[in-house]
Structure formats: structure tokens, C-alpha cells
Design a protein around this ligand. Structure first.
Ligand SMILES: Cc1cc2nc3c(=O)[nH]c(=O)nc-3n(C[C@H](O)[C@H](O)[C@H](O)COP(=O)(O)O)c2cc1C
Length: 166
């Protein structure tokens, strides 16, 4: 198998791996809010509280995320597919299309999500064409009444109705 075939298979298997979806936000040095849709999110450690996600080196806001500051990871609720697409679309004023406010940590926080982890960068690890950002959670909140948005094979949706009754 050549390199392109291996990359193609890699994408096929990864694309068939279902995940939730998050939006990660921060501020640039001049205070402008920036953010992007992310599904490379994972839990890392309970003591201390650590999580990770990875950012493509081609993302326009990469400097704001890799300067060693704070960022907020929002776990999206099942009714937030449109918000998710807005934060993945190029050349869109993303923050004019949603309700948000600044937290006491100075981070842009989106409304209506299932949960939010506000983090201080713990470590940034260069890994191929991405940087893995490990964050230490400094603040968190959850809305227990909400269900997650799922992502599988480029489709967004809620947990299937019969999922818990098989
Ligand atoms: C479901 C989904 C998951 C994504 N996950 C990631 C990710 O984990 N890391 C990443 O760098 N980009 C990810 N992206 C792509 C970014 O959202 C997209 O490249 C980014 O918004 C581009 O921002 P820019 O226009 O500011 O460069 C994902 C997109 C979608 C639709």
C-alpha cells in the first residue's frame, strides 16, 4: 500500500468513528474572540483535571491558541448543528451569528451548550501537521438537561431514539 492509499484508509476509519462535537474559543492579543469546531477532543486526567484537542497548523487562529494562554471547550447540545457548521465555515463572522459573553477568565463563552471547560494551557505538543493542546481545567459547568450533538460520516444529529433500548 502506498502513502496515499494508507492516508485514504486512515480517513475512512477515522470518518467512521462517531464522536461528539465541541467548539473551542479564545481571544487574540487585541481581544478579538476566535473559535473553531473541533471533534479531536478527549479526556486525559482526573488529578489534575486535564483534557486535550488538536489544532491543524492551517487554522487561521492558530497563534491565539498556541501562545500558552487560556481556551474554552464547549460541548455542543443536540440542537446546535447549525452553530457547529458556522464555526467550521471559512470567512464568516462567527461570533455575530451566536449569543456569547465573556467569562471572569476573559474567555468567550457560547450560550446553550451542554457543558463548558475553561482551561489554562498545560502543554502544547507538536505532532505532524497538528499541535496537540492539553488544557488544565480551571472552571467548568454543565447543563444536565441537555443531550449531546453527535457526528458520524460528516452527518450531525441527536442520539438515535432506540439507542438505549437494544
Ligand atoms: C465535525 C468537525 C470537526 C473538526 N475537528 C477539528 C479538529 O479537531 N481540529 C482542527 O484543527 N479542525 C477541526 N475541524 C475543522 C475546523 O473547524 C476548521 O478548519 C476551522 O474552523 C477553520 O478555521 P479558519 O477558517 O479560521 O482557518 C473540524 C470540522 C468539523 C466540521
Amino acid at each position: 500500500m502506498n502513502k496515499e492509499e494508507r492516508q485514504d484508509l486512515f480517513k475512512q476509519v477515522m470518518g467512521n468513528y462517531p464522536t461528539g462535537v465541541t467548539i473551542v474559543t479564545t481571544k487574540t492579543q487585541d481581544g478579538t474572540p476566535v473559535g473553531l469546531t473541533v471533534n479531536s477532543f478527549a479526556s486525559v486526567s482526573l488529578d489534575p483535571l486535564l483534557l486535550l484537542w488538536s489544532i491543524d497548523h492551517g487554522v487561521s487562529s492558530i497563534k491565539a491558541f498556541t501562545k500558552g494562554g487560556k481556551f474554552a471547550v464547549h460541548v455542543l447540545a443536540e440542537n446546535q448543528a447549525e452553530l457547529c457548521q458556522t464555526f467550521a465555515r471559512k470567512n464568516v463572522d462567527r461570533f455575530s451569528k451566536c449569543s456569547w459573553n465573556l467569562s471572569s477568565n476573559g474567555l468567550p463563552i457560547l450560550e446553550g451548550t451542554l457543558g463548558v471547560f475553561e482551561c489554562q494551557t498545560y502543554k502544547a505538543v507538536e505532532a505532524g501537521d497538528h499541535t496537540v493542546l492539553i488544557g488544565e481545567v480551571i472552571d467548568l459547568k454543565v447543563d444536565k438537561a441537555k443531550n449531546p450533538l453527535l457526528y458520524h460520516r460528516r452527518v450531525f444529529g441527536p442520539i438515535p431514539k432506540d439507542f438505549y433500548h437494544q
